[in-house]
Each structure stands twice: as C-alpha cells, then as structure tokens.
Ligand binder design. Structure first.
Ligand SMILES: NC(=O)c1ccc[n+]([C@@H]2O[C@H](COP(=O)([O-])OP(=O)(O)OC[C@H]3O[C@@H](n4cnc5c(N)ncnc54)[C@H](O)[C@@H]3O)[C@@H](O)[C@H]2O)c1
Length: 411
C-alpha cells in the first residue's frame, strides 16, 4: 500500500474540478450540495492537472484526461475521481486503490441509446433504407418492394444478454419480433424471449443476429468464418459491442457472396482517435451495410444521464462515504443520520476490524452502526459512533499499519 497514514477530517467547503465539457447536470447536482465546482472545457496534461487539483477533493474527467500515479501522488487533497464515461482505462486504478481513493464511472447510462440504434438499424436493413436513400440523392426512383421486409414476426438472436442485450430483447418484442438469446452466464429470460443453450442453436434459428457481449479477452474473434457460415441464408448481422469480437474480412466475404443480406457495424478493431481522422474498413462500399463511428451510446440523453449518475456517486461519497458501484473500492452504502461517521479503508488482512473496535472501545466511544466490505487487497469499514471522537483515538486509527485512508465526517 502506498501510504498507510493518509487521514482527512472533513472541514470547510469541498471543491470539485470538472474537465472535458462534462454535462452541466453534474455541476448543478454537486453545487446543490454546497460543493464548489470549477469547470474546464478541455483535458489537462499532468502538470496543468496537478496545479488545478490544488485544494480539490473531487475530480471529474472523461476519456481524454489521464490520471496517473504521479498525478495522484501530487494531489494529496483528492478524495475521489469520477469518470463521466463508461471506460476507466485512463485512470491508474491500482494507484487510486493504494491511496484509498474512490473511482466511479457510469456503466449503464447509455444502454438505452445503444438499443435504440440497434432497433433503427434492424428496420433500416430490413427495408434497405440506406441504399434507397443514397439512390434518391443520386436521382434514382427505386420504388420496389424486392427484398424489403417488416420486422414483425422476424426472429432476433441476441448474443450477450446483459444490460444492453436484455433491453433490446424487450424493445424488439414490443415491435412484434420473436427473441432468442445466448449468454455464457445464467440469465433470466425477459418477456417471451427464449434462451438458447449454445451459439450454434441461436445461429440456426434466428435470421437477425445482434452481438452485445462484453470485452473479456476470450471474446476477441468470437465471430468469424465458422459462425457466419452457420447463420441462416439472407440473415442480417449487427455488431454494436466491441470491434475485435468480429472478423471483418469474413463478414465482408459473406456479404459479397449474398449469404448475408445486410450488416450494421458501430465498432471496429481499430478506430480513429479523434473526430475528423480518416477511417478505412474492408466493409466500405458494400450495399445494405450501415457503418457508424462508435455512436451507439452517443446521445444527449446518455450524456445527461452520465452527468447525473456520476455526480450522484461523488456526492454520496462525500456526504456519507458510500462506495456503491465504485470501480475500485469495496462497496459499502448505508444511510447516515447525524452521528459521526468514521470511514476506514484498510489492507484486507485478519484482525483489522477487531483492532479498530478495540481503539474505539478504549476511548469509550459507542458504536451505533458498522458495515464492512472487502475487495481484493482492500477492506472498507464505515463506523457510526455517538458522542465526541477523541483526537487520540483518531491518531491511533490513522497510525495502524493496515490503514490506507481514514476520513471522518463530523456528526
Ligand atoms: N457501441 C457503443 O457505443 C457501446 C456503448 C455501450 C456499450 N457498448 C458495449 O456493449 C457491450 C455490452 O454492454 P453491456 O452493458 O450490455 O454489458 P454487460 O456486461 O451488461 O453484458 C454483457 C453480457 O455478455 C455476456 N457474454 C460475455 N461473453 C459472452 C460470450 N462469449 N457469449 C455469450 N455471452 C457472453 C455476459 O455474460 C453478459 O451477460 C459491451 O462490450 C460494451 O462495451 C457499446
């Protein structure tokens, strides 16, 4: 552990620094709780960030700010980092955990947006909308029903029945689609959806396949020549999850041969870094293929929800020490009354709880409530006590060799 003596007793006004154009909802929510918020439009480099974090307890970033071990080392007042996005690769989570800093993100805020794009694409492909639209712009009137279908009654096969896959299931059924799904984990089938016991079973029956698996290492190359060959003739294919999951050359061959009737792809094995960068793919120029620049979750509604969700997590962490859905700290969330609350992040080794309680008992402090949770090397115990807390007891807790971070919220 990096620093076994870090201690904070909350006093005075908390400060937050929000970078990269985070939705104003976050500023509103934090401000409402008396937190002083400074916003900066862009990302900051290491030195700028360290300077801006002077006296700041909460940092909000999106994907372009890198929070390294060095930044955390040089920002001693920091209590928590909010990633106002889905991924947290830009944050050194090990370094944050070693300092007992909480990191939060918004894993679910854009799931509905992905579902809506998938539905739009299924209908677009079934009606050849993108081709018809291109022809109209070229001055061609192609009023033909050939190859155009309703989605009602078609069978949708969902691979990965998590947050997105299961929502897609519900919305697709509302459109009259029949839904099958395959997931490696035990998942409750929603509505009339039916679970398949293998990917092969799903591919043999569905005529629209939509991938919604997570990015675990084994999923790279999940969908290649063999899987496309198993799909029913003239099927539609969608990938809005991860680029590396699909072999694009194999997809191209199956589209060009006519085995597949259309594809919608939102994610690519290699994606341009910034807006305006050039993009190339072997899927370009193929009829009834919809290519989108990883925008499945990119809507104003998702941004607003991310702002609200992550700011809410930061606010609850400041107010009560709650870490529910933290990316790195053990999850503890309990209501706080007007009692003094001791937040103790420690090394997850035997005897820490007994020692903490011994220190409190020795100083004749009455414990009113206590919740412990552990995660890997870390333990986190929230203790609510009545009566005053002697500085001597605090010093003893702070000086325990297992203490990673000690924070006290006064009653
Ligand atoms: N296109 C976008 O803009 C966008 C936006 C948000 C999320 N995503 C991506 O969508 C995917 C799904 O997101 P989510 O929130 O639903 O994730 P999730 O973790 O809730 O669900 C993933 C599901 O896939 C299942 N799974 C994993 N590997 C599998 C396999 N090989 N076969 C069958 N099932 C498998 C898991 O058991 C889980 O139920 C993620 O990869 C995520 O990164 C993309």
């Amino acid at each position: 552990m990096a620093d076994g003596r870090t201690s904070t007793t909350d006093e005075g006004t908390m400060r937050a620094l929000l970078l990269e154009n985070i939705h104003p909802e976050a500023e509103r929510l934090l401000g409402e709780r008396g937190i002083e918020v400074r916003t900066v439009k862009g990302a900051l480099d290491t030195d700028e960030l360290v300077a801006a974090l002077d006296g700041v307890q909460l940092l909000g970033i999106r994907s372009k700010t890198t929070v390294t071990d060095e930044v955390l080392e040089r920002a001693p007042s920091l209590l928590a980092v909010g990633a106002f996005c889905i991924g947290t690769n830009q944050i050194d989570l090990t370094a944050a955990s070693e300092r007992g800093l909480a990191v939060f993100n918004a894993p679910y805020s854009n799931t509905r947006s992905v579902v809506e794009l998938a539905i739009a694409e299924i209908i677009s492909m079934a009606r050849h909308l993108t081709d018809k639209n291109a022809k109209m712009h070229d001055g061609e009137w192609d009023k033909s029903a050939k190859g155009a279908h309703e989605v009602r009654g078609r069978t949708l096969g969902i691979v990965g029945y998590g947050n997105i896959g299961s929502q897609l299931s519900v919305v697709a059924e509302a459109l009259g689609m029949r839904v099958l799904f395959y997931d490696v984990a035990d998942k409750l089938a929603l509505g009339n959806a039916r679970r398949c016991h293998s990917l092969e079973e799903l591919l043999a029956e569905a005529e629209t396949i939509s991938l919604h698996v997570d990015g675990r290492p084994g999923n790279a190359g999940l969908f290649g020549r063999e899987q496309f060959a198993m799909m029913r003739p003239r099927s539609l294919f969608l990938n809005l999850c991860r680029g590396v999951v699909v072999d694009h050359e194999a997809l191209r061959d199956h589209l060009l041969s006519g085995h597949l009737a259309g594809a919608a792809v939102d994610v690519f094995p290699e994606e341009p870094k910034t807006v305006g960068d050039p993009f190339t793919s072997c899927l370009q120029g193929i009829p009834n293929v919809i290519l989108t620049p990883h925008i499945g979750g990119s809507t104003q509604e998702a941004q607003e929800d991310i702002g609200r969700f992550v700011a809410g997590k930061l606010r609850d962490y400041v107010a009560a020490g709650n870490t529910s859905m933290s990316v790195n700290l053990p999850p503890v969330a309990t209501d706080r009354g007007d009692r003094t609350r001791i937040l103790h992040v420690h090394q997850n080794v035997p005897g820490v709880l007994a020692t903490v309680n011994g220190v409190l008992a020795d100083s004749r402090v009455n414990i009113e409530g206590q919740t412990l949770s552990t995660r890997g090397d870390l333990g986190y115990v929230i203790t609510d006590v009545s009566g005053p807390l002697a500085e001597e007891a605090l010093a003893k807790l702070r000086d325990l060799p297992e203490t990673v971070r000690l924070r006290v919220i006064a009653g």
